[in-house]
Design a protein around this ligand. Sequence first.
Ligand code: HEM
Length: 310
Amino acid sequence: MSFIYKVFHDVAFFSWDTSLAIANLVLPSRAEGKVTPEGHPGFGGKWPEFVPRKEGDSRCSCPALNAMANHGILPHDGKNISFKDMNRLIRTTYNFSPSFCYFVPNFAAKFLKRDYNKDTFNLDELDLHNLGIEHDASLCREDAHFCPDQSVIATDMIKELLASASGKDKDGNPLLTVKDLSRFSAKRRVDSSEKNPEYKLDFQHKMFGSSNCSTMLTIFGGRVKDLETILLEERLPENWESRVRKPFGLTLAHFNLTTVMWVELGINEKKYIAERKAAEEAAASNEAEAEAEADAAAESSVHKSDSPTN
Ligand code: HEM
């Protein structure tokens, strides 16, 4: 791609995305229950049957794409998916903007060195470590160094993430917040950097990390109950629809400015290390106190049994 074409393409793309973001601000949102367009899988909250992955099916590190394959929205075997189909299907399933749905599959085609217009890919091919989108210290997968098959769901890690949710909706149900994602990301980055001898996370992959996990707050509204289903089972909850009701879907501009940027800016690894140290010191001092109390109790019972009145 020539330099001039690239500049022209990027300017056109960002103008398109910005105009959709502006249109979203002035046009009414879709009614609740009408987010998934008529005639598409999921219309009226009815998702095609969920069939767990079978031996030989291709799956990847992205819970949202795996869920689409598990419901047969993408081919169930996760193979020979055209980039153009993925564009159309992530749009109708999750209500991302046409600009976003053009941008990400194009980016994937580029890092896989394929032709966006003609070629296909298998889901597992998306897991090109540190060269594509997949990276260390993510919130739903162990690092590739420990778990080369990035389709393996990190169940305990996801449960820990969801248990850290500090928000509540109006009915008192738990909600994941921007602060929760920043805190958990800081923990993952510190833990991975200490344990993984191959740990690497450059600026671009930090931004991918914050961007991927921010979909938990936008598309899934931070709702822990829905996130349990999508992240732990890679299934779309019954009667679910995207929490983004904007008529042109979630644009890159809106997503980055309202969520991704705040998650990334809130990640404070030094603060996490200081909190962890304080928690360890408090635990050690509680342990020492408990030991001292136990010793004192044992000593006093010895004195009692030595007493002449016994
Ligand atoms: C073309 C479309 C997409 C591609 C190529 C893609 C690719 C990826 C990849 C490679 C990862 C793993 C990154 C890592 O190492 O942590 C990932 C994670 C993730 N993606 Fe996607 N994805 C796409 C669409 C979506 C959509 C539409 C959603 C939401 C509705 C989504 C939600 C997520 C979530 C929640 C994670 C997990 C983040 C984490 O573990 O920290 N993705 N995606």
